[in-house]
Structures are given as C-alpha cells and as structure tokens.
Design a protein around this ligand. Structure first.
Ligand SMILES: [Zn+2]
Ligand SMILES: [Zn+2]
Length: 324
C-alpha cells in the first residue's frame, strides 16, 4: 500500500510502498477514504514535538471503511480514527475519566502510524461511527479540528462573548457551534488577513480583525488556536474578570512575560490536551444537529507536502484533507 512517510523531522514526506497492515486482536483495518491535515502534523514535521515514532505515517483525522477487524463494526462500516489511539484504562487519569491525560496514551499519527496512507490499523475501541450525512472529506476535519475545538469550547465555560484567535480548521467549526448556541463570536486573525476575516463573518462572527489588538469590547473567554505565544497576554488583556484564555494547540511559541495585572481578577489561562472518547461521541452526535458544515480543500495523498506547506503559510480556507 502507498503511504506518505516522515523519515526524520524537517524533511519532506516520501511516497513509500509499505506492507499491508494486519489487524492484531481488537484492531480494525481501514481503507482510508479521507484524512484531515492538522497543525499538529506540521509541528511533528518541524520537529517541535518531543518524540514521534520514526519513520512515521502522519494523520489523525481518518475516515475509513472497515476491511478487516473485530466484532464492533461490520465490514464496510464507515468509521473515524482520532488523535487518541489508545489509553491504558488503569492509571489515575484513566480511572478518573480523563483518558486524554493518560500517562501511557498512544496517539495516532505520532506513536502509531496514521492515515496519510491507503490503509491503517486502529484499536476499534478508539474509533467512532461517522454520522451518515457527511461525505468523507467533510467528515475528516470533525475528528480533530472539530473534536478538540469542541473540548476547548466546553472548557471555556458558558462564555457569551467568545474570542477565537487563529481562524483555521478548528475555529471555523467551533464558530458554527458557538453561534448555534447563541454566543457572540469574535474572530482574531493576522492583522491584514481580510480574506479570513470575511470567512469568519460569513460563518456568523460578530467581529473579525487583528487578534493582537483584539475587539473593542470585553470578552468572557478566548480560545487561542494559533501557535503564537504573544496571543496569550493579548487575549488576557481583552478578557473580563473571572474569564478564561484557553490554549487549544499542542505546541505554542514561548509566551512573553506580562504584568500580573493582566491575570489578576481571577482570570484563568489553561491548555486543552487531546480528547476523550466521550468528547468524540458527544461532538459527533451534535455535529449534524447544528448542522456543522466543514469547508475543505482536498489534496491527493501524494500532495501531502503541498497541503502541509499551504497550512504553514495560512493559505487554506477551512481544512486540508488528503484523499488517497
Ligand atoms: Zn489534530
Ligand atoms: Zn491511563
């Protein structure tokens, strides 16, 4: 089977012909129909995350068809594989319902080969049924951009006025959820990125503009999706007393020091790490009721390097998806 393989960070992915994967007990083999490209993939390629398995097949927003496997799904079923590929079930975090923090968690497209390939294996307990109304390409970004965005929104509390800083794949989904819930969305982008600001307004954002400057009014919470540490003090400066700044990414440049007065007033800065299966079940049930529409740009599997380059330069509208 064909796969795009990362041999070592800071190099291009290479097209490789790999042996067809065989399922271990409890695993399914999927024929990949679509795999979303996530900013985390870019962090892995750029060597910004500690210890990926190498060589590695990236990709953790996989929509595939079961071609071999166990009893949980019939052959031909369409299922999704997210970032959390396995958790131990016995550590203190798993036992407390926080498998996203599992000490021994394994992640798809990081510790385990992912979906930049024609076939992939997955632990069937960590896969989801995909809602039937979504074409493969539109469903793929729900599995990380949507799911982790949704977890971030939940951790932002019941904020009525919510900032989304960095308006890419995740924010374009979260924006739709927040607007459907009756919240006002304030979309922060790069200063001159009028195209993205227009995109945010088209999805119901009340305001769209330079994230560093922020909107004219006070916000209840901000979710920072962009991996730019300077946005954290900028967001704190816009958040009301008791409000939160939620950092949704797995990696961020260093946060510059800032006066304590920005945090004073019981403001909170927190991160969001990974997902739980409960997040996935909840979000995938919610998506069609809103209904969330994902904006995707499709690439062939061999165009993975190009898709990553487009993401790096902020040249995508919505999410990039690879279609083998
Ligand atoms: Zn991701
Ligand atoms: Zn655990």
């Amino acid at each position: 089977m064909r796969a795009m393989v990362l041999d070592t960070p800071k190099t291009r992915l290479r097209v490789v012909d790999l042996a067809e994967p065989q399922p271990a007990p409890g695993q399914v083999v999927l024929r990949v129909r679509a795999c979303g490209v996530c900013r985390t993939d870019l962090h892995v390629v750029d060597g910004e995350l500690a210890s990926p398995r190498l060589p590695l097949v990236l990709g953790h927003q996989i929509v595939g068809e079961v071609v071999a496997g166990d009893d949980r799904f019939p052959l031909g079923a369409r299922v999704g594989v997210p970032w959390l590929g396995w958790a131990c079930g016995t550590c203190r975090f798993c036992r407390a319902g926080s498998e996203n923090l599992c000490d021994r968690a394994r992640f798809t497209g990081y510790d385990l080969d992912g979906g930049y390939a024609e076939l992939v294996t997955a632990d069937s307990r960590f896969t989801f049924a995909i809602p039937s109304g979504y074409p493969d390409e539109q469903a793929a970004p729900l599995l990380c951009a949507g799911l982790i965005g949704y977890r971030s929104l939940r951790l932002a509390g019941d904020a009525e006025r919510i900032g989304l800083y960095g308006f890419g794949a995740s924010a374009h989904i979260v924006c739709q959820v927040a607007v459907a819930q009756g919240r006002s969305v304030f979309a922060g982008t790069r200063a001159a990125d009028e195209e993205t600001q227009q995109f945010a307004r088209s999805l119901g954002a009340t305001w769209a503009g330079d994230a560093l400057e922020g909107p004219p009014e006070e916000l209840d919470a901000v979710i920072v999706f962009a991996p730019a540490g300077e946005l954290v003090p900028a967001a704190l400066a816009r958040v009301r007393k008791g409000g939160s700044v939620v950092c949704a990414g797995i990696h961020m440049s260093d946060i510059p020091s800032f006066p304590y007065a920005l945090l004073w007033g019981e403001r909170v800065v927190r991160s969001v790490a990974n997902l739980t299966r409960a997040d996935g079940e909840e979000f995938l049930a919610l998506a069609p009721t809103i209904p969330i529409r994902t904006e995707v740009e499709a690439f062939q599997l061999e165009e993975a390097n190009e898709a990553l380059a487009r993401l790096r330069h902020g040249a995508l509208r919505g999410a990039a998806v690879l279609v083998p």
